[in-house]
Each structure stands twice: as C-alpha cells, then as structure tokens.
Design a protein around this ligand. Structure first.
Ligand code: AHR
Length: 855
C-alpha cells in the first residue's frame, strides 16, 4: 500500500526539481556535523561549480553510526568518504575520543549501506581526523589518522576486514583530503567528489520518500475531523471465497515476556521481599544511586540493634552476601519494605522462609512479623533453632487484615549476633499453587490471552549489556541460593528467582509453547559496557562452551532423566520433558561479522544435534535498514527456518503498511513477529494494531507467530512505554491493546478465508481504514469474522455469510469501540441473530468480532 500511494504522491508533490540543462556530473560533498554530539550521521550537499552548495535533505542522515550506547555514543566524527576503483563507496569515521577503534561501512549507491565494522587498533591508539588513499598498484586502501601524539599514522587494507599493523606515515599525495565548504550558512568539513547527476537525483528521492513516509506515519485521529470532513456513513460489501481457503498458523498469537519495567522481580514473580538475598549492588545501577546497595529495602527499628552485610562463609558462593544482625537488648527489628510495600490480603496464607546461622550460640530464635502500614501486627510467628551452620526455616503466616503497603520484620528474641539470608515471603496462592511461583492474578491475565507461546527472557535482557551481562540460563536454575543474580540492563536487579525452570513451567501451565531466546554470542548492540556492543562478542576460545550451554538447554528441556541436564530438570520437580520445539538465537542484533560467526556456530550446532528444533534467527531491530537486509541475507543463504522481526511504530505506520507481508516470498524463512506495538495506549493505537493484525492473519502462512511487546510494566518502575499490561501491587490494568491481543488469541483460526471487500468510495484514505479477516477454526468448525473500522463514521457491512455458515445465524459478537483517545475500554459481548446475507453495523472507531458456530 505504501509503495502504491508513494508512487502517485511523488509524481504529484515531490518531483525531483529538474534543473534546466542538468549537468552530466556535479560535485557531491559528504560530511557530518558536530550537532547533537556528532550523532546525526552522514549528510550530503551538491554543487555545479564547487562553490555554491545545495544541502540534500537539510542534513538528512544517509547512514548513522551504530557503535555503542544510545545517548552517549552512536557518534560519527570526521567521516571520510572514498569511492573505490570498483565503484563502491567506503566511509570511515572516528567513534569517540577514548577507544582504540574506528568505523567502516560501504555502499554501492550511498543510500543502502552494508554492515558496519569497528576494527581495533593497538591498545592506547587514538583514531582522529581520518583520510583515505587507494594504491592502484597494490590494490589496497590506506587509512591515515592522527594518533594521540598528533603523529600521522596509517593502516592499510584490501577488504576493510583485515588491516596491517599501524605505521607512521607522512601526509603526501593521493589522499582524499578534507575541504571546508559552506552549507546552509555553516562551514562544514568533509570530502568532495565528482558524481553523475543521477546520483544526486537518487539521494534527493530517498530524502523525499522519507518525508512522505513521515507524513503517512504521522496519520493519527487528531486530524480525522478534517481528513474525513465530508465523509458520509459508508457501505462495505464483502464477498467471501471459502473455496480459496488457505491453511494458516494456529500459533499466531503469543506473548513476549521480558524482565523490563519490574516485570519479574516485584512483578510476575510472586516473591514479596525485595533484596531477599542482600545481593543488590551499586553496579546494578552503574553506581548512579549510592542507596542501591546490599542494604536496599532493609532498615532497622528500635534501639540497641545494629546490622551490616558480610560475606564470610556465605550460604553459597553465588550468593556471597548476608545480613549480620546484632542485638544488644531485644525489641529491635530488621524490616523489609518489599516492592513498594508488601501487599497482603486478610485471611490469606503467606509462606515465609529464611536461612539463619547463630554467630553467638545463644542467638537462636526470631519472631517474624507482618506489620501493617500503620505499624499494626497483621501476623506473627516464631522461629527457633538457629545453630552454628546455615539452616533453612519455613513457616506460614495468615494476614489478619488487607494492606497494600505492609512490611516484613525479623525481631531477634535473644541478644547476640545472627546471620540472616534468603528472607522470602510468597502468597500460598501462587498461580496454579506453584512453589517459588508466579503472582496469580497477573499470570491469569496473561493466560487469558490464550497465548500459543511465550518468548522469554527478553529482549535486550537476553543478550545483555556487554558480554559479562549476557543471560546464561544455567545461572537461573536449581536452588534459589545457588542461582546467580545479576544486573538487569534496564537498571535494576535480577534475582533469577524467576528462572528457566519457572519459565518452562509457566508455559506448561498455560498450554503455551516455550520460546527461549539466547544471545547469539554477542551482547546488545547498544551496550555501554565493554566497548561497542557487538564488537565485544564472546571470545572464540570460549564459544565452544557457550554453544554447549545452548545445546545443554535443549537437553534440560527435553532430555531423558538419565541425561545430565534432564536429571537437573527432574531434580527441580519435573521428570517429564517440557517438549521444547523452538529456540531463538539472537535478539535484534547488529549484523556484523563478529555476530555472524558466532550466530552461525550456534545455529548449526543446534540443528546438527537437534534437527527437530526450529531455530529462530534475527534480522535486526527495525523493519528495514542494514540489519534487516543483512539478517535476511544470512537467513536466505543459510536457510534459517524462521526469523524474528521487530518494529515499534506509529498507528499511521500500521495503517499504511497493512500489506507488509503480502509480497513476502513464500519460499523463504517463516517470520516470527517477535516484538511490535503501536506507540501509545489509546483506542486508536489498539485499533491500528487490530487492523494490522487482519493483514498478519491474511499472511499467517508465512508469519507464523506474533507477540506484542513488552508485556508487563509496574507503575512507577516503567522504563518502556507502551506495555500490554500495567500493574501495581494490588491492581492489574490491561490496556486496550491487551483486549485486542486477547481477541486474536481466543478467536484464532487455522484456515484463512479470503474475501473481496468493496467500499462505496474510491478514496484510498477511507478504504485503508477498514480491515477484515475471516478464519475458520478446524477443531470447533467455528468461523470468526474480524472487522476493524478506524473511520469516524459508522459503516454498514454487507457480508454474504450463507456459503460458510449456512442457516446458522446466531453469532457471538464482541465489540471494542469508543473515542480514539480513550484509554480504558472493555469489550462488549452479546449473542446476536444475523441474516446470512445480512447487514451489519460497524460503529465508528471499532473492532468487531463475530463468531459463528461451525456447521
Ligand atoms: O521490548 C523492549 C525492548 O525493545 C526489547 O528489550 C528489545 O529487544 C527491543 O529493542
């Protein structure tokens, strides 16, 4: 649709200016500005005479640096552009003032750029003010740069992959050499090239396309009164083609779970004690918060009591810290404030556990109290018998009142020193009553989507901030005190209490396929730790072990209990296999050589050992661009079975890209749309998703799975918006997008019935606001018709259902409707009688679903 609309738009509005007597060749100027810390990418200007310069696209970025963290990095400093003898353009730039790396990218047309590489120079080398020269004889490029000492140094290369050692060089001839020219009134430093006029034309067109897309993607409800000022109620007639029905995926709707926004600890994981293991660390927040340390969430009340955190003879080496509580005169307490309080309900049972060690032989017992917000005791019990070794105690507490902000207190009953660790409180009623389980109401809300799969543990959490932060599944199984907590890259702490065993069990409990995603041997491309993200791939010497860990994961999920990892699963209480069928390798990674080498090692090893497991590869963070193209190129070449696409876009993008998958080549990899969302939580956002999903369902022969992202967000702890379900300790607040997901999950089908839709107007702006999808669920025989009307007027729909529903005209009708800016709407559901050839009224701004009983 975008392509079709674009063609006509370009002709009408944005014709490339035709310059009288356009020259055969002109000058092209390539530069980056210092604005925004040098993060605005590579710009172009052109000139007939080399004196008067015309900006192309007002500093439009034709390529941006992708090195390092958003905000502080992604800088392109002093780019130098050079066209090789083969016509390929090479751009080399400096990254920052600290690292001993530089950047390179190449392009055939200056528009589509290939992978970026960030080659290393010897430790301590600085790379500034680069220049390039080509040695025709040796067929090699020399890259000259200024070193720390202001020495001119150079490396040479034939392929921009391997480089000679750094050598001193004098600035002689043959270099591109920077020029300073005035563009838009500013003096800019860059490189000047002679190019054909057609090169400039293409650059201008690219900019214009971008501008047009910005207009389309900005389509929102605010201007609807203007856009549709003269629009009268519409007639839409639908001709179904049941004989042309095609099989589609029955797995389409699933969920994406990431520990972001306190989705795990303090969220889905039902543990009520924050920092139960005294392992919070300054590094969790990169030392930005001095209060975020081992004592976080804990405080003392009373006199003659003190405490500190110690690490001598801990309960487990992975859990190095514990509390040493010293009581001189009894009465004082060590108090935990939970995650924004400990929420308890009157009459409910809570399972408390703690590990204690008596440092003084007489410090043997503690009173455990649940204290209400105002200090009232809501429950209390006593633990006796601490000895000279760590010992775990389990007791139950029943809350006498409901309190959303209670606290848990430990009150020593004797004077002396007591070591305390793994202080834990769970509601007895976890989801399905699991020990170390999930918050029942939240898990239930997720289950109600009827997700066919759950992707976990991320997102960026899966590939981590630097290689030291990669999520290793083996650190998250077994006894809680033996798990390895770590920094959550979203800026808090991960206990790993919700670990791989719990993820698998949750999937089983809700009848969803587990879809674990492991890092492709590289961390997040936006890593701020360990240099420029992807360049910090796991060292090759350690890759065999990493690959083995991935293989072991499959054995952990599916292996017989006689296998090493199958036995570990059985020891956790699940002798039967979890029946894992999918594994994701990589998460929207920057597609570099470092990535590809490791990614393919893992993919190939998995397929060699477990050919039945579907490997899901990755194609970058966007629906287009270098990583998308390069990721798909690897998938095509290596025949990766499925790839994971991600995009967070405006409602306008979703409206104008309903046909995104219509032209996908059916012989290529299947698609898992692993992360998507329309940016916002209004009805208009949700409708744009519902509309887009009618297109996804139409293409569910190729798009086999899709998951909105992120899933959960705790109020007050949200790093990412929008999310599907917001919550606090006592309430759950699903968005309207959640209702859309639920409708698609509950009313899924496995056969798509094509239809011809005729609208009583030829206006494309109107037509594209109507969406329809008809599916059959083979199990029940039911037919589901999904209809989206994103117009401000009601629409009468004439649909000839006779061929598929026969005489049966009773239907369950579900409607989501309201004002486009509404944020809280629940679907209305009713049983309605319809004529087989009947008319149906679709409200303005509505999503309507009709479910007919199968014949
Ligand atoms: O869903 C939030 C984040 O978006 C994910 O962690 C990442 O994969 C994507 O960039």
């Amino acid at each position: 649709m975008l392509k079709r609309l674009f063609a006509s738009f370009i002709i009408i509005l944005f014709c490339v200016p035709s310059y009288a007597g356009a020259p055969d060749s002109v000058y092209l100027f390539a530069y980056s500005s210092l604005k925004n810390g040098g993060r605005n990418g590579l710009h172009f200007a052109w000139s007939r005479d080399g004196h008067e310069w015309n900006s192309i696209g007002n500093e439009f970025a034709y390529v941006r640096s992708d090195y390092g963290r958003w905000g502080s990095q992604k800088r392109m400093i002093s780019p130098v552009l050079f066209q090789g003898a083969d016509g390929i353009w090479h751009c080399v730039w400096a990254l920052n003032e600290e690292v001993n790396q530089f950047a390179h990218a190449a392009s055939a047309d200056l528009i589509n750029w290939g992978r970026q590489t960030y080659p290393y120079l010897p430790e301590g080398t600085r790379f500034a003010d680069p220049d390039i020269a080509y040695d025709q004889k040796g067929k090699s490029y020399a890259i000259m740069f200024t070193n720390k000492t202001d020495q001119q140094n150079a490396v040479t290369t034939k392929d921009f992959k391997s480089f000679t050692a750094v050598s001193a060089t004098a600035k002689t001839t043959g270099w591109v050499q920077k020029k300073t020219v005035a563009v838009r009134g500013n003096n800019e430093s860059g490189t000047v090239h002679k190019v054909a006029w057609s090169v400039i034309e293409q650059l201008i067109r690219t900019y214009q396309t971008q501008q047009y897309r910005i207009i389309l993607e900005g389509e929102d409800a605010k201007k609807d009164s203007l856009r549709f000022a003269t629009l009268k109620p519409l007639e839409v007639s639908v001709q179904l083609q049941p004989s042309a029905g095609k099989p589609i995926s029955s797995m389409l709707t699933g969920v994406f779970f990431e520990d972001i926004n306190y989705a795990a600890d303090g969220g889905l994981y039902a543990e009520l004690i924050q920092n139960r293991d005294f392992e919070y660390a300054l590094t969790d927040k990169e030392s930005r918060d001095k209060n975020w340390n081992e004592t976080h969430s804990w405080s003392l009340t009373g006199n003659d009591i003190s405490w500190k955190v110690d690490s001598i003879n801990p309960i487990h080496p992975n859990n190095a810290h514990y509390a040493l509580l010293e009581t001189k005169v009894t009465g004082g307490m060590l108090v935990n404030s939970g995650f924004d309080g400990v929420a308890v309900k009157a009459g409910e049972t809570y399972r408390f556990s703690v590990s204690l060690k008596a440092i003084d032989p007489n410090a043997k017992s503690v009173t455990v109290l649940l204290l209400g917000k105002e200090g009232k005791t809501l429950a209390q019990t006593t633990i006796n018998g601490a000895g000279s070794n760590w010992k775990k105690f389990n007791v139950s507490l029943i809350a006498s009142a409901t309190d959303g902000e209670a606290r848990l207190a430990l009150q020593p009953r004797e004077a002396g020193i007591l070591a305390i660790d793994m202080v834990s409180l769970f509601p007895a009623k976890t989801f399905k009553g699991r020990v170390n389980g999930l918050r029942a109401d939240l898990a239930q809300k997720v289950a109600e989507i009827r997700p066919r799969f759950v992707r976990f543990p991320g997102g960026c959490v899966a590939h981590g901030d630097g290689i030291g932060n990669i999520y290793h599944w083996k650190n998250t199984i077994g006894p809680l005190e033996a798990r390895k907590p770590q920094r959550n890259l979203w800026g808090y702490h991960q206990t790993a209490g919700l670990g791989y065993f719990e993820y698998f069990q949750f999937c089983e409990d809700i009848g969803a396929e587990p879809v674990p995603v492991v890092a492709a041997g590289v961390p997040c491309q936006n890593s701020g730790v360990g240099g420029g993200g992807q360049q910090g791939g796991i060292p090759m010497a350690e890759m065999d072990q990493y690959v083995q860990d991935v293989i072991d994961l499959i054995e952990y999920a599916n292996g017989d209990i006689k296998t090493v990892w199958g036995r570990r699963r059985a020891e956790s209480g699940h002798p039967a296999p979890f029946n894992l069928k999918y594994i994701g390798i990589g998460n929207e990674d920057l597609i570099t050589d470092v990535f590809e080498e490791r990614y393919l090692m893992i993919c190939k090893a998995v397929k060699a050992k477990y050919p039945e497991i579907v490997v899901i590869g990755t194609v970058g963070p966007f629906f287009e661009g270098t990583d998308y193209r390069e990721g798909w190129a690897i998938a095509d070449r290596e025949k990766i079975e499925m790839v994971d696409e991600h995009y967070y876009q405006t409602p306008g993008w979703f409206i104008n890209n309903q046909d995104f998958y219509d032209s996908y080549d059916r012989s290529k990899s299947k698609v898992y749309l692993g992360e998507y969302a329309s940016r916002g939580t209004t009805l208009f956002n949700a409708l744009s998703e519902a509309l887009y999903l009618t297109g996804v369902e139409r293409n569910a022969d190729i798009v086999t799975m899709a998951s909105y992202a992120p899933l959960l967000a705790k109020e007050g702890h949200t790093q990412w918006n929008p999310d599907l379900i917001y919550f606090n300790n006592t309430e759950i607040k699903p968005t309207i997008s959640y209702e859309v997901q639920k409708i698609y999950g509950v009313h899924a089908g496995d056969v798509y019935i094509p239809a011809t839709v005729s609208v009583s107007t030829n206006d494309e702006a109107v037509r594209k606001r109507i969406g329809l999808s008809v599916v059959r669920d083979s199990k029940s025989g039911d037919i589901v018709v999904k209809l989206v009307n994103m117009l401000p007027v009601a629409t009468t729909l004439k649909i000839d259902l006779g061929q598929i529903i026969g005489a049966s005209t009773d239907a369950t009708k579900i409607v989501l409707k309201g004002k486009p800016g509404d944020r809280q709407i629940l679907p209305e559901q009713a049983v309605v009688k319809l004529q087989a050839d009947g008319r149906l009224n679709l409200d303005a701004y509505s999503f309507t679903v009709l479910r007919f009983k199968g014949r």
